[in-house]
Design a protein around this ligand. Structure first.
Ligand SMILES: *Cc1c(COP(=O)(O)O)cnc(C)c1O
Length: 343
């Protein structure tokens, strides 16, 4: 009985291979919950596609990456002098975004491999372009392996990448490598064409591991089914059910991320209209659940439990069989699965 991520292995690998083929210099990003697939699985996949370098998100992910992957490991989060868990290893490439930090690392770990990060319109980390000369001077004794930029997902990324490419070429940084994020294949081609002197290394996570999402599916086992009548009380909170129907117990609770939604930027009119149509259930205090039965979203009979959820299925929809798996919609990057299965 599981709450599992199923991956259609053939098409997933075929699509990854095509992207790798079309994207010279690709740096697979292997961070967080491994985009739902797990970092070790992605590290093995990065090995299969012949990557020389993977990128992890933070220093806490470095030891696992060094164990699971034989090549180099780039840390996306900048090295800071106060990071006690930072691993200084010849296979680790650090990202530096403050002049003082460059000097501190040069003193602490001569010969360490670094990228200097430029502060883009993202405004997350990095050096202002006027600070690059000072950073390059402070990096004496370190191995500077390129300039890194983190671009927003929307609006004018190519123009911004082109500007930084120019900055790198005019700088004292003794490397021709520009590490970028969030450019489309066409934008990458254009960047390479206009800046043939540079070696462009795109860091890609979501597009590489998820594609359009069609090769990945989340399934939950049905653990139990019980008929109920309108007014019957169920669950920890003994809430009255608004109609006749069934209670369906499925694998998948808060420990898997069920019931948690990553904040979304927009709540459109469509979402509001949809909830109007569902007014009866909402009036009864029920919330829409991410499990689908008979092709329809279902309702939580009460808030999800740690590892299972109680769903209310109104009469008229045939309940699933115990042991059957039902599809679930969750954000892969916040979910935690009992198993990842290649099918
Ligand atoms: C996460 C991350 C990426 C990869 O982002 P995706 O949208 O998953 O491709 C690239 N660069 C940096 C700095 C990141 O933090």
């Amino acid at each position: 009985m599981t709450f599992e991520l199923r991956v259609v292995a053939d098409s997933w690998r075929r699509r990854i291979d095509e992207l790798v083929e079309a994207t010279p210099g690709l740096v697979p990003v292997v961070k967080g919950n491994g985009y739902g697939l797990g970092r070790d699985l992605l590290a093995a996949e990065a090995t299969r596609i012949g990557a020389d370098l993977i990128a992890v998100g933070s220093y806490s992910e470095v030891p696992g990456a060094l164990a699971a992957f034989g090549g180099d490991v780039l840390v996306l989060s900048p090295w800071r002098p106060f990071l006690s868990e930072a691993v200084l290893d010849p296979r680790v490439v650090h990202t530096l975004g403050r002049v003082d930090d460059v000097a501190a690392l040069a003193e602490r770990a001569p010969g360490a491999r670094i990228l200097l990060e430029g502060r883009t319109s993202m405004l997350r980390h990095g050096l202002d372009r006027h600070e690059l000369a000072a950073a390059a001077r402070a990096a004496e004794g370190l191995a500077v392996e390129g300039l890194s930029i983190h671009l927003p997902m929307e609006g004018g990324q190519l123009a911004e990448a082109q500007r930084w490419a120019g900055v790198l070429l005019a700088s004292q940084i003794a490397s021709d490598r520009l590490f970028v994020s969030h450019l489309t294949p066409a934008e990458l081609d254009e960047l390479r064409e206009t800046r043939p002197q540079l070696s462009v290394r795109p860091r890609i996570g979501t597009r590489l591991w998820h594609g359009d999402g069609s090769e990945l599916g989340v399934w939950a086992s049905v653990l139990d089914v019980h008929p109920v009548r309108r007014g019957d009380r169920v669950g920890y909170r003994q809430r009255a059910m608004p109609r006749d129907g069934h209670i369906v117990i499925v694998e998948g609770g808060t420990s898997h991320s069920v019931g948690l939604e990553a904040p979304r930027a927009v709540t459109g009119a469509k979402d509001r209209a949809k909830s109007l149509a569902y007014g009866v259930m909402e009036a009864a205090g029920l919330a829409l659940a991410p499990f689908a039965i008979g092709g329809r979203r279902t309702w939580f009979a009460e808030p999800p439990h740690m590892q299972a959820s109680m769903l209310f299925l109104p009469a008229g929809t045939t309940p699933p069989e115990v042991g059957e798996a039902v599809p679930v919609t969750v954000r892969h990057t916040i979910a935690s699965f009992d198993a990842v299965r290649f099918v």
